[in-house]
Design a protein around this ligand. Structure first.
Ligand code: DX5
Ligand code: ZN
Length: 224
């Protein structure tokens, strides 16, 4: 049984997404953000089926695990996350977020992840209403609100999707993290933290900048 490593929900965390990093130097890219003092790294897994893009899977994550102590926050943008969860857990992820759109029995899947000693997240796409997660939200450790259509980095922030943060915060209370993913930068950060988000995924706004420490600080300083 692993230890649960997701930080308690009493801090704001900036979580770099490696989607905009140099995939040929992933371990070095992750080492850079680790030196910048983040606690978590966001690993975007795509299957070319649930989303129109393909990225990394368990073999790459397993290798990265040897080079980093960061909390591995895996975001499974795949059609059958239940089928592959064991492989990701074996590869060393600390947290699995799955999409509510493709998991018919979320309560069972969350239980399975908890029994394996990792934390569980539920994600909703921009067009998915809060009502779809209402029954299960309090069973999870983190809710992930997509503020772009999943699949690619560097897209524009969708305000209407961010508006779901407030009602979700009312449902889950203060002890469950609300993560936001898509178009997060120093301009959109105060919008989402103001609505109640505490976990800020940022890909392009960090990895497209030459100075990652400065880019991370700019997001931290924009929180409210
Ligand atoms: C998109 C991914 C995101 C992506 C966000 O489908 O889930 O994690 O990296 O990228 P930015 O921060 O560039 O919008
Ligand atoms: Zn993501």
């Amino acid at each position: 049984m692993k230890n649960r490593r997701l930080p308690q929900a009493d801090t704001i965390e900036v979580v770099p997404s490696v989607l905009s990093a140099d995939f040929a130097h992933l371990a070095d890219e992750i080492a850079q953000i680790e030196r910048a003092g983040v606690k978590m790294v966001h690993l975007d897994v795509m299957d070319g089926h649930f989303v129109p893009n393909i990225t990394i899977g368990p073999p790459v994550i397993e290798k990265l695990r040897k080079y980093s102590k960061l909390v591995f926050d895996s975001h499974l943008m795949i059609s059958e996350p239940e089928k592959y969860a064991d492989e990701f857990i074996k590869a060393g992820v600390d947290h699995i977020t799955f999409h509510i759109e493709v998991v018919p029995r979320p309560e069972d899947f969350i239980k399975k992840l908890h029994n394996a000693g990792i934390t569980a997240g539920i994600c909703l796409n921009p067009e998915t209403p809060v009502s779809k997660i209402e029954k299960y939200a309090r069973l999870a450790d983190m809710i992930l609100v997509m503020t772009v259509h999943p699949g690619f980095g560097g897209q524009h922030f969708i305000q209407e999707a961010a508006d779901k943060i407030k009602p979700i915060r009312q449902i889950v209370g203060p002890n469950i993290r609300i993560e936001v993913d898509g178009g997060i930068d120093p301009d959109t950060t105060p919008i989402v933290t103001g609505l109640g988000a505490d976990t800020l995924v940022a890909g392009y706004a960090i990895f497209a900048k030459p100075d990652r420490l400065q880019a991370i600080e700019a997001i931290r300083n924009a929180c409210r």
